[in-house]
Structures are given as structure tokens and as C-alpha cells.
Design a protein around this ligand. Structure first.
Ligand code: NAG
Ligand code: NAG
Ligand code: NAG
Length: 420
């Protein structure tokens, strides 16, 4: 009984201290203060919509603790459209009105503990760019209520907390850049099926999650998913420099079907490579450098028809480099250094000569700058195994000289090891 009373007492204290209306009350009184100030200073605004945002800007200005370029020096008076970093336009709902339509604080190096009570309350905002500042805190779920906001760039700031999940509810959002912050936790898989989202930069955060969780493999759903993704626009997506782990799921080809740059470098991905990578036919840059990926390189990689840059450097890959991979037409940079690969054929050797293929620090006899015999034998002394073994030699596309004639899904045998 006593325990319960103490518990209830604690609960009351917590509610009293953290009651949101108290915080909100304080916030509104500051905002009201700025509104009163505006009236006292007899400010007249060209549009009522600017009068509404004036107190919000002034409150935000007071919260800025560092402004090395004296940006906020210009944030005085009623001419908001000429404040540094603020831009006005006619809002979509009234072509004769003037409203605060976009904010560009890129590179201003402003420091503020939060954007809450500012960004999330600017009703006519369409663009918010704040690259390279020192803004921190979390992102308010209220940004989802802004009807016109379609571009958010918060990159290179000090934001923390989990992924701002509220943005899933934004129907207008097409560009989200939150790279180079300290977001943690996981990414909602629904992001990938979000209709209007074109560009998503998530790299250089502390997201930690199994990649398979973001790209769930449900074969029954895969067809349906392909249909949804077929109508989605996502073409740029970066997940690099986080803590994504686990194998690359076979569903990658479905999710990334329209993505031109697949950037998964510097994570903790492990396991063998799925044959389905060969279905990434729109991919121009494929970078999974510096992970813990292992197993052989699937022949199917030779079907990534648009690939110009492929990076597998710094993994635990072994076996031969498929000649069909080296025979790709558009390849300008194939990085396979710092693995445990054991052979290259004549086509690949041609690419090494041209400086396109880098195989340094592998276990390839006859190539310069390889790992020591001891290092290689230590690696190969452990048993290594990949499932779906036969798929490593399948070619899901027709490649002249490599596919049999007539076109068949089988690839020729692995290239012979390089002569010593
Ligand atoms: C900042 O800019 C304002 C307006 O341009 C100017 O009046 C003020 O003197 C400047 N302050 C500093 C510290 O340079
Ligand atoms: C559009 O904006 C102008 C300027 O603020 C205002 O006078 C007018 O009443 C607005 N029209 C509507 C339909 O709200
Ligand atoms: C090729 O790609 C690797 C890895 O992305 C990079 O380090 C290297 O500088 C590139 N080489 C050339 C010649 O561009």
C-alpha cells in the first residue's frame, strides 16, 4: 500500500514538473511578448502572414547563442522578406498574398538548442535549408503539419534522437537530408514506399539496425512491393557511415530498383553477397566498401549494366574476380582492394593495367602489393561457407561472350587463376 502511495506521489510530481501545457505556456508567453513588442514598436507588415511569423522569428533569434557572421543583425523590423536567410513568395493558397516561403541558413554557423517553436510553426514554409550550423535537439513531430514543406536540409548539424518519424505523414516532402548528425535508432521501412520522396540522405549518423529490417524480405509481398516501388520516385539514397549490420538482403534489388547510387559504405554489413545484386540495373554507383562482407563475388554483378563505379574494397571477400564483371562497358572504377580474392583472369588484368581495377592487398599470386602468404593462409584456415552456392555463377542477363548461345541463365566456368 505504502509503495502504491509513493508511486502515485511520484507520478503527480512528474506530471507537475513535465506537464506540457506548462512548457507550452512559457513558450507562448515569450512569443506573445514579441508580438506585444511589435505592436508597441508600431510595426506594419506588408501582409498579415508576416505579422504572424514575426514573433516566432524574434523568439528564435533570442535563442541563438552563437552568430559569428552577425546574420541575426539583419533580423530587425517588419521587412522580414529582407532578413538574411529569409525569402518570401506568394503562397499556393493565395496568389496575391506575401508569405515566408523559404529559409536558407546554409553555412551561417548559427548555434541554437532547438528549432522547435520555430521551424514547426512557420505555416507557409516550402523549403528549409540549414546545412552546416550548430542546431541541436530533436525534430518536432509538428513539422508534419506544415502543408507546403517539401525540402528539408538539416545536414551537418548536431541533431540527436531517433529518426523524425512524423515525416512519414508529410504528403509533400520530396527531399530530406539529415546526413552528418547524430541521429540514432532505426529507420522506418515505410520511407522506401513513400510516394513523393525523391532524395533521402541518411549517411553519417548513428543509425543502428539490421539492413534486412529496413528492407524486409517477404517474398509473398515482394511483387506487391515492386508495384508500389515502381511508382515511387526514390532515386538517391545514402545509408553510408552508420551502423547498419547483418547481410545485404535479397530484397535489395526490389527496394533499390530506381536508385542510381547505392551507398552502403562504412557500415557493419556481413554475410555473403546475394545474387540479386545483378538486378540493380539502374545503379551507376554501387559502394559497399569497408564492411564485413564475405564470400565470392557473384557473376550476376556483370548485369549491373549502368555501373560506372563499384566499390567492394575493405571487406572479407574471397575467390576469383568474375571476368564478366571486368567486361562491363561503363566501368570506370572497380575497387576490390583489401579483401582475400585469389585470382583474376585476362579481362580483369587488362583493367588493372588501365588503372580501372584495384586489387591491391588481396591474395592474388602474381599481382603486386598482395597480402603476405601467412595472412592469407590464416584467413583460409577457417572454414567459410555461403548458402545458395550455385547462384554465384548465374547470369540473370545476356552478356555477349559470357552467356552461352542461345541466351542461357548459366555463366561459363570461373576464370582460371592468374599464372604466377
Ligand atoms: C550586426 O549587424 C547589424 C546590422 O547590420 C549592425 O547594426 C551591428 O552593428 C552588427 N553587430 C556587430 C557586432 O557587428
Ligand atoms: C489573399 O491575400 C491578400 C493579401 O494578404 C488578402 O487581402 C486577401 O483577403 C486574401 N484572399 C483570400 C481569399 O484569403
Ligand atoms: C575509385 O574508387 C575508390 C573507392 O571509392 C576511391 O578510393 C578511388 O580514389 C577511386 N579511384 C579513382 C581513380 O577514381
Amino acid at each position: 500500500m505504502q509503495m502504491i502511495i509513493i508511486f502515485i506521489f511520484k507520478l503527480i510530481v512528474i506530471v507537475a514538473v513535465f506537464h506540457p501545457s506548462k512548457i507550452l505556456g512559457e513558450l507562448t508567453s515569450i512569443v506573445d511578448g514579441n508580438a506585444v513588442e511589435a505592436i508597441r514598436n508600431k510595426l506594419t507588415f506588408v501582409d498579415q502572414r508576416l505579422a504572424v511569423v514575426y514573433p516566432l522569428i524574434q523568439t528564435f533569434k533570442k535563442s541563438i547563442t552563437s552568430d559569428p557572421q552577425n546574420i541575426t543583425g539583419s533580423w530587425v523590423g517588419s521587412d522580414i522578406c529582407n532578413y538574411k536567410g529569409f525569402y518570401c513568395d506568394n503562397p499556393p493558397d493565395n496568389k496575391t498574398a506575401t508569405a515566408l516561403a523559404s529559409i536558407d541558413f546554409n553555412g551561417f554557423h548559427l548555434k541554437a538548442p532547438t528549432l522547435d517553436g520555430f521551424l514547426d510553426l512557420l505555416p507557409d514554409l516550402a523549403l528549409f535549408h540549414a546545412n552546416s550550423n550548430f542546431f541541436s535537439g530533436t525534430i518536432s513531430p509538428n513539422i508534419a503539419k506544415l502543408p507546403y514543406l517539401y525540402e528539408i536540409d538539416l545536414s551537418n548539424n548536431l541533431f540527436t534522437g531517433t529518426f523524425p518519424i512524423a515525416i512519414l505523414g508529410m504528403r509533400t516532402l520530396s527531399f530530406l537530408d539529415i546526413r552528418f548528425n547524430s541521429f540514432t535508432g532505426s529507420i522506418p521501412p515505410q520511407l522506401f514506399t513513400k510516394q513523393d520522396l525523391d532524395i533521402l540522405f541518411l549517411n553519417n549518423n548513428d543509425f543502428i539496425q539490421q539492413l534486412a529490417e529496413i528492407l524486409p524480405v517477404d517474398q509473398k509481398q515482394e511483387r506487391k512491393l515492386a508495384e508500389i516501388l515502381g511508382t515511387s520516385h526514390l532515386f538517391y539514397l545514402t545509408l553510408a557511415n552508420n551502423k547498419f549490420f547483418g547481410p545485404i538482403p535479397r530484397s535489395i534489388a526490389t527496394y533499390f530498383s530506381s536508385v542510381s547510387e547505392v551507398l552502403l559504405l562504412n557500415n557493419m554489413l556481413s554475410g555473403c553477397l546475394p545474387y540479386e545484386l545483378g538486378f540493380l540495373t539502374e545503379t551507376v554507383v554501387f559502394d559497399v566498401g569497408n564492411n564485413l562482407l564475405t564470400g565470392p563475388l557473384p557473376f550476376s554483378l556483370g548485369c549491373m549494366k549502368k555501373a560506372e563505379v563499384i566499390n567492394f574494397a575493405g571487406n572479407l571477400l574471397y575467390g576469383g574476380v568474375p571476368e564478366v564483371l571486368c567486361a562491363m562497358d561503363n566501368l570506370a572504377n572497380l575497387s576490390l582492394s583489401d579483401n582475400y580474392l585469389t585470382s583474376v583472369g585476362p579481362v580483369c588484368r587488362g583493367l588493372i593495367k588501365k588503372g580501372v581495377l584495384d586489387v591491391r592487398n588481396n591474395c592474388i599470386m602474381g599481382q603486386p602489393d598482395q597480402r603476405s602468404v601467412v595472412e592469407c593462409s590464416v584467413f583460409f584456415s577457417k572454414p567459410r561457407y555461403c548458402s545458395y552456392r550455385p547462384t554465384y555463377r548465374y547470369l540473370p542477363c545476356w552478356v555477349p561472350h559470357f552467356s552461352g548461345s542461345p541466351p542461357s541463365p548459366m555463366a561459363p566456368s570461373e576464370p582460371a587463376p592468374a599464372p604466377v
